[in-house]
Design a protein around this ligand. Sequence first.
Ligand code: ADP
Ligand code: MG
Length: 290
Amino acid sequence: SVPASIASAMSTGARRGLLMKGGAVIEAAAQVSHIAFDKTGTLTHGRPRVTDLVTFGATTQAELLAVAAGVESGSSHPLAKAILNKAEEAGVTPLAAADAKALPGSGVVASVGNALAWVTSPRYASENGGLDAENLAKATIFEEEGKTAVAVYRENQPFGLIAMRDEPRTDAADAVRQLSAMGITPVILTGDNPRTAAAIAGSLGMQFQANMMPEDKLAAIRTMSEQGGVMMIGDGINDAPALKQASVGVAMGSGTDVALETADAAILRDRVTDIPATIRLSRAAMANIR
Ligand code: ADP
Ligand code: MG
């Protein structure tokens, strides 16, 4: 049977929107030495806004948005929502797209008209013929400003770049300070590029690893596990393997169903400071057993 102090911690947590799926989760959370955070939608609001549109050749801003919004129309990724919002604001109707497929950690591809069209990271685009060196350099400048840029292209036809900015959650820096004071090492694991990641990590006073594909996040969790218990906080489909690998996988409540299903615990109110709160609660419950 579940010890009383653990049962009580679970119900205290539940009242505060910290859902833990079983007593073993409390035990593992009490022993965490490293915490890996996904960036987009976890440490940041996950509500990026479009800041810049760069069109190539004769492409108009309306054409760029119509293609990008069409490709993204079925995606729940925060960047997809930003693009769809911008199209709506601009009065642009998304082009009809079919067979959309997520490229986890890289972007989305869909059929638009009789060709495939992509919205992806500049890196993926430049490796796959969607972005030339000169425009890759333009994307790099946006990234150094802390923005995330995506490239929009159809087979051998580049349309342009869309830059977006996503602000850190207001309590993220406080949560990072609390965790450090508790002797826990917080680190960002992000699929985003190192320049944008450095801008965000620097403002929060934490370490980061960037350009991470889902399997890289998984490997990073494995490496950290050699030094102690690891908690991973994520919100997206790309985080699912790492959430599973961590000793405690935590989903942000507003994230995808995939993240919620895979996780051991969920933070329903999207407050980053609920992470140190969960660990304090778990440590107290375990101390009461002994
Ligand atoms: P994070 O780890 O920060 O949550 P993701 O792994 O979700 O980032 O995405 C990594 C990168 O892949 C993004 O910065 C973006 O360049 C690209 N990407 C992923 N999904 C999409 C999408 N739906 N639309 C455009 N770009 C995307
Ligand atoms: Mg994410």
